[in-house]
Design a protein around this ligand. Structure first.
Ligand SMILES: [Zn+2]
Length: 387
């Protein structure tokens, strides 16, 4: 059975030395790519036979560089990357010969997208940990988004990758082989998840996850927190008025407030983790969520506290990580996709749907819970980005 390969791209934070090396390698790759094009153009003009990438590589290393010592710097960078740029040139020529594209263009500095290719040659190459990735010829490079690329420890193998630069930022893109056990069951259909304030999550398979902030336990803790915070500020005020509240007392109260904060936060995080684990366990072939405009929602005075306490952003990041780990495609529907306002049955859009309408009723006779209707539309969304 052919193993499933998936690609992951993320920003990296190379050291100054690594940056120099990346620039030098990419510069050399561009030079050699252009040289290969130029060389073949000259052969073509003379009516001679086209030189394949493979023969050019051999000629370059065994004849040209030894004959031209001033070009020895070509060999100072990672040779696999240079070889790859010649192969890219060869592919461009092949397309041209097959009339699939124009004559290959020269790569211009700063304008063309030249990347530093790398490949795993032995088990020590391309090892990936949560926060760093070992790239041949560069060594350990820090990853910005920790845990985004599946780790070697979990059985994933990075076959190859590229390093690229865009607007002074550095990115790595890797091709990862998924272990067999993570790709075995893909027969299940996809699901859509509607996130909200009434219920935390409504899944297209009918399951809903309540808004935990509405539970008696959290309500009680929130009330307790407000009480303790008031007591703390009272103690502050009193001490400023010169009353005999002792510093130790204030410190103690402060700690009490912090502990409560932590406890509430932990409950919310646990709930997110539990929800994600349960959803992923159903092994859907894909999951579609909305591109929640959390920032926009936070600007709304009436919603901001409720939105913050739901931790949607944390949910999204963790869901993405779990999906990556399990080979589930995470789809993010366009922000403007009217998942709530579209009738799942006849696709008619109800522009007048209010936030208070909890039941979706369509002129076609379709009646459904508002959030479930949205989740079903998300599941069937045709325009989305794969996260
Ligand atoms: Zn309808």
């Amino acid at each position: 059975m052919k193993k499933l390969l998936k690609s992951f791209k993320t920003e990296i934070h190379p050291t100054p030395e690594q940056k120099i090396r990346i620039h030098k390698t990419i510069g050399t790759c561009r030079y050699v790519y252009n040289f290969y094009l130029c060389h073949n153009k000259a052969l073509y003009d003379k009516g001679e036979k086209f030189m394949t990438g493979k023969s050019f590589s051999i000629w370059l290393n065994n004849e040209y560089i030894p004959d031209n010592p001033d070009k020895a710097w070509i060999k100072e960078v990672y040779s696999k990357a240079v070889k790859r740029s010649i192969e890219d040139g060869c592919i461009a020529f092949t397309r041209f010969f097959k009339h699939q594209s124009d004559f290959p263009k020269f790569k211009k500095k700063g304008k063309s997208d030249v990347k530093m290719y790398f490949v795993r040659n032995n088990p020590k190459d391309c090892v990936c940990e949560r926060h760093r990735l070992k790239i041949p010829a560069l060594g350990w490079v820090r990853i910005k988004e920790k845990g985004y690329i599946p780790t070697t420890k979990d059985g994933y193998v990075i076959k190859s990758g590229t390093v690229s630069i865009k607007a002074d930022r550095y990115y790595v893109s890797v091709l990862v082989e998924l272990p067999d056990n993570k790709t075995a069951d893909h027969s299940n259909e996809g699901i859509g998840i509607d996130l909200g304030l009434k219920d935390f999550a409504t899944v297209s398979n009918g399951k809903t996850y309540k808004n935990i902030n509405k539970s008696a336990k959290l309500k009680k803790l929130e009330k307790q927190l407000i009480r303790e915070q008031r007591s703390l500020s009272r103690k502050y005020e009193n001490s400023q008025k010169g009353e005999s509240t002792q510093r130790a007392n204030i410190q103690k109260q402060k700690l009490k407030v912090q502990k409560l904060h932590h406890r509430i936060d932990n409950i919310r995080t646990d709930y997110i983790n539990k929800t994600i684990a349960e959803i992923v366990k159903t092994k859907p072939s894909y999951i579609t969520i909305e591109d929640l405009n959390v920032k926009g929602m936070m600007k709304n005075r009436h919603l901001s506290k409720a939105v913050a306490s739901q931790k949607f952003y944390e949910f999204r990041i963790k869901l993405q990580a779990k999906c990556n780990e399990n080979g589930i495609e995470l789809r993010v529907a366009d922000r403007w996709y009217p998942s709530s306002k579209t009738c799942h049955y006849c696709k008619n859009i109800r522009k007048d749907l209010k936030l208070s309408d909890r039941i979706f009723k369509c002129a076609c006779g379709y009646i459904e819970d508002r959030d479930l209707n949205a989740a079903l539309n998300l599941r069937d969304a045709m325009t989305y980005e794969v996260a």
